[in-house]
Design a protein around this ligand. Sequence first.
Ligand code: ADP
Length: 542
Amino acid sequence: MLILEKFDEYTKVEVLRELKHLYKKINELKEDQKNFRKLSKAVEQSPVSVLITDYKGNIEYVNPKFSIVTGYTLEEVFGKNPRIFSSGRTSLSEYKNLWDTINSGGEWIGEFLNKRKNGDLFWENASISPIKNESGSTTHFVAIKEDITQRKIIEAELKEAKSKAEEMNKIKSIFLANMSHELRTPLTGVMGFASLLSDELTDPYLKEMANIILQSTMRLTETVNSILDLSKIEAEKLTLKISRVNLAEVVKNIADQFKQTAKEKNIFLDIVVRNDNSIAELDKSLVVQIIKNLIQNAVKFTSKGGVAVEIERIKINSKSFVEVRVVDTGIGIDQKNFAKIFEPFRQVSEGLNRGYEGPGLGLTITKKYVELLHGEIFVESNIKLGSKFIVRFPTVVERKLLGKKNIEPENQLDISKGSNESTSSNLLIVEDDELNRSTIEHYLKNFYNFESVSSGESAVKVVKKKKYDIILMDIALKGMSGLEAAQLIKKVPGNQNIPIVAVTAYAMIGDKERLLKGGCTHYLAKPFTQTSLLSLIKSILK
Ligand code: ADP
C-alpha cells in the first residue's frame, strides 16, 4: 500500500483493479486445483478399471484397480497400445466396429476376453469413449472396464444347469407318457369290469368286493390324473374354458359327493351361503377340482365335529370376489408346515409311518389352479383345533391377464345316458386288447349295435363292405397303427367325414392334438367310465 502512495490517483485505481483481477484468478485456480484433486482421487480409488490413451491409442494413464486386475503397473504399459492385453479371441470386425464408433464420437460398449500379465484369461465389460477439447477434436480416449469373469463363470454354470434341467424334464415327460399309457390300459379293464360286476351281482358280499375294486381303481385313476394335471400345468399347456360359474351350486354338488363319507365318519358337512349372488367368471372344471380337493382334505383330516363350507361375495378395494372358505375341526396344521403342504408330493406326516394316504399333490394342484384363475388361497390353522382354507376368486375375468389364446368358450356335454333311438346306430370297435375290447362291448351292449375287430388292417377291410356311424379306434395297435388305419378309412369312398374316436391311453399333453390332426375326429382317454363313453357317442350322433 505504501508503494501505491507514490502513484497518482489514476494509476492507483488501475493497479487496484489489476490486483483484484489477479486475486480472483488465483482463487479460481485454487478451486480448479481442488476439483482436479477430487476427480483424480475418484479415478484413483475407483472400484472399476480406468484407462486413458492419447488420440492414437497409446496408453497415458491406468488407475490402481487396472493394475490389480491386469497385473501391469502404469510404468509397464505407458506408451503401449492396449492390444497387449488381447487374448486373440476378439474378432477383427469387433475391433473395427469399436474404432468406427469412437472415431465418429460415439461411445462403444461391449465385452472382451483379455489376457492378464500372468497369462490368465479374463472377461471385461468395457465402455470406451473419446475426450474432446474445446474445438471439438479428440485428444484422448477413456476406457472404463469391469472384470466380469466371475459373472461369466456363473452364467456358464447356470446355462449348463438349465440345459441339464431341460434334459431331465424331457426324460420326466417321456416317463410320464409311458407310465400314463401303462397304467391307463389295464385300469380301463379293471374299472369297466368292476363296475359291470357291481351292477350285475346280487350277493351283497360279492357286490361289496366289486365295489372295493371299483373304488380302488377310481383312486388310482385319480392319482394318475393328478400327476398328469400337474405336468400339464408345469408345461403351461392348460386351456381355460371361461364361463359364468355359480359357486354355491358347485359347492353343493361337490358336498353331496362327500355326504356319505361324512355320515360314515359321524361328522357334519354343512354349507353356508352368506349372500345371494355367488356367480363368477371362471373355468368350471378347475373350480370343481379346487373345491373338491379342499372338501376332500377337510373330511379326510376330521374325525370329530365336522366341516363347514361358507360361500360369500365380498368387495376388496372396490373389486368384487367370491370367497369359498372350507372350515374343519380336524387335526389342524402346524404353522411351520403351511408352505410345505403346497409343495408337490409333500405331506405334514411323511415317511414310512405317515398317518394318512394320498400322493401329496392335491394342494399343489389346487394352488396352481387358483393362481391360473387369478385368485388367491390362504390357510389358517391350529394344531388339534382345525383348519380353514380360504379361496378368493375374482368375479370378473381380466382377459388381458389370461391371454386370448388360452380361453375357449365353455362347451359342456350332456352326460345323460344314451337313448333308445341310438340303438339303430352302427359302431365299429377297433381294439387289440381283449380285456379292453370286452369292456367297451359291455358298456355299449344295451345302447348301440356294434361290431369289433382286433387290428387296423381288419378295420380298413370291413369299412369297405359296410357303412358305420362311428369308429372307436385304439391307437397303439400291433401292426398298422390306429392313426394309419384312420387315414386309410377316410380314403374309402363315402367315409371322408366318418367320426373316428381315438380311444387311447396316450393322455399326455399334446397327444390329443396330435391324434386329432392325424385323422381322428374325437378323443377319449383311457380309463373311461361307461357314462363318458356314452355321452361322447351321443354328442357325436346328435
Ligand atoms: P394329499 O393328496 O396327500 O392329501 P394334499 O396336497 O392335498 O395332499 O395335502 C398335503 C398335506 O397337507 C396333507 O397330507 C396333510 O398333511 C395336510 N392337509 C391338507 N389339508 C388339511 C386339512 N384340512 N387338515 C389337516 N391337514 C391338512
